[in-house]
Design a protein around this ligand. Structure first.
Ligand SMILES: NC(=O)c1ccc[n+]([C@@H]2O[C@H](COP(=O)([O-])OP(=O)(O)OC[C@H]3O[C@@H](n4cnc5c(N)ncnc54)[C@H](O)[C@@H]3O)[C@@H](O)[C@H]2O)c1
Ligand SMILES: O=C(O)C[C@H](O)C(=O)O
Ligand SMILES: [Mg+2]
Length: 460
């Protein structure tokens, strides 16, 4: 967390050194000082402080309030400041300076464009933003690790996704947060919105409704529909896994791969790992290892159990982790122990992706795990769907794909993995940085190729 405190100090009563000591003793780091006003007896300064938890922040403020000669005029949190007024805006491509131009972009001339599109709706791709636009739609029911929050409260995440779409792939994305309702009504609503957009990115919608919503929309719409939390996560996780396996010199087909948490992300990861050649994949959830010998109340589990766990292993995570080459967790904090990692095969690969607290911390796992990845940005190898969604939609929009299908997802995962050369590959570098400029073009090109060869590209 970063805060900025505006302090008024009476020069005679206090020195900046005292303030710095108080901040440091309370656990904060001063990262910037700006002089706002300097007078004979007083000085006003903005002090920017990095601090890693709320308690420390309160302690700093409290201690400074006690200091004679210091008044806190204003406190601001830099994260809130950056959100002030929202993070995005609409920018016009055309400037209108006179009546003649006005009548061209608006009534009456615009009517001719409307009529042309009415006659041939495909022209919407040529004469509207549809060609380059994606709706980022959430109902706020599974936002990050926060769970079900109000749609208004989901907006900062959706605005953030829209911002990243623009920055990394020049896609014009619109954040749309809707009231949670039945899956049927959400489908109806998104269907009704769809004519304006070239693609639909579903975000932070709880399982199991997210499966029906996505499947039904994919069937009914002729633009790509992609649930980022399922497929974006799975694509990036697979990219990391491909590189990690290269590093430890193991083949996907020969590995025992345990996937823990068979929810939105876990199901998508399992399907992608199977598609990428995984044979001995075992899904684990709160009822233990999923096996075809049992019938579950959860339909998705039955379906995953049918195509995984070829040796019908049973028991808890603790039992099936034995001799596993790979652990991928998208479940809950702290459920993988150091002892579990010790039981794994040689050179274990551990992806503990639960956010914000992973299944095992890198500090605990690292002495025994050969490769470790988390969903967090404060450790190496961050698996986050931002590595995928800008590039995959760039590719889908550019070839006017009617769908984002399995071939395109696999191509995206391989493209992400390939942005790290074999010589560069190491335990702390199996996932490229989101700021690597080669990522979006690599994903885009691979996705277009896959769309063409699988017959969903509508534009050469
Ligand atoms: N790193 C990333 O990019 C990324 C992306 C998506 C989700 N995630 C994280 O993955 C986790 C799951 O997300 P989701 O959207 O799939 O949620 P979800 O609710 O759809 O699925 C979670 C699954 O984990 C299971 N689970 C819970 N506790 C468990 C336990 N102790 N043992 C085994 N299984 C258990 C649940 O029963 C459920 O099936 C969250 O922590 C989320 O933050 C990370
Ligand atoms: O938004 C993110 O940072 C990742 C992912 O989409 C999530 O919901 O956690
Ligand atoms: Mg999400």
């Amino acid at each position: 967390m970063s805060i900025i405190l505006r302090l008024e100090m009476i020069k005679e009563k206090t020195s900046f050194g005292e303030i710095a000591t108080i901040v440091s003793n309370a656990g904060g780091d001063i990262v910037a000082i700006d002089v706002i006003k300097e007078e004979k007896s007083t000085t006003v300064r903005d002090i920017s402080i990095n601090v890693n938890d709320e308690t420390k922040q309160q302690r700093i403020i409290h201690s400074l309030e006690q200091l004679p000669g210091v008044t806190i005029k204003h406190t601001s949190d830099r994260t809130f400041l950056i959100h002030s007024g929202g993070k995005i805006h609409v920018k016009s491509k055309v400037e209108v300076d006179n009546r003649e131009e006005m009548s061209r972009v608006y009534t009456p001339e615009v009517a001719r464009v409307c009529e042309a599109i009415d006659e041939d709706p495909d022209l919407a791709y040529q004469f509207t933003i549809k060609k380059n636009s994606v709706a980022v739609i959430s109902d706020g029911t599974a936002v990050l690790g926060l769970g079900n929050i109000k749609p208004e409260a989901a907006m900062p995440v959706m605005e953030g996704k829209a911002m990243l779409f623009k920055q990394f792939a020049n896609v014009d994305a619109f954040p749309i947060c809707i009231e949670p309702q039945s899956a049927e009504d959400t489908i109806k609503l998104i269907k009704a919105l769809s004519p304006s957009f070239g693609g639909i990115n579903l975000e932070d919608i709880a399982s199991p409704q997210c499966f029906d919503i996505e499947q039904q929309l994919k069937k009914e719409l002729n633009i790509p529909v992609f649930h980022d939390d399922q497929h974006g996560t799975a694509i990036v996780a697979l990219a990391g896994l491909l590189n990690a396996l290269k590093l430890v010199d193991k083949k996907m087909e020969e590995c025992k791969i345990v996937i823990c948490g068979i929810g939105a992300a876990g199901i998508a990861i399992t399907n992608m790992v199977l598609k990428a050649g995984g044979k001995n994949v075992i899904g684990v959830d709160i009822e233990g290892a999923l096996t075809r010998k049992q019938t579950y109340n959860n339909e998705s589990w039955n379906s995953i159990a049918q195509k995984t766990n070829p040796h019908d292993e049973t028991g808890e995570l603790y039992d099936v982790i034995h001799k596993a080459d790979v652990f991928i967790g998208v479940s809950a904090p702290g459920i993988l122990t150091q002892n579990d990692v010790k039981q794994m095969a040689k050179d274990p690969i551990v992806f503990a992706l639960a956010n914000p607290h992973p299944e095992i911390t890198p500090d605990e796992a690292k002495p025994y795990a050969k490769v470790m990845a988390t969903g967090r940005s404060d450790y190496p190898n961050q698996v986050n769907n931002v590595l995928c969604f800008p590039g995959i939609f760039r590719g889908a929009l550019d070839c006017r794909a009617s769908d984002i299908n399995e071939d395109m997802k696999l191509a995206a995962a391989k493209a992400i993995a390939s942005t790290i050369d074999t010589e560069e590959l190491n335990e702390d570098y199996i996932i490229p940085s989101v700021f690597n400029e080669n990522i979006v073009p690599a994903i885009r090109d691979a996705v277009i190729e896959a769309a063409k060869s699988s017959g969903v590209a509508r534009k050469q």
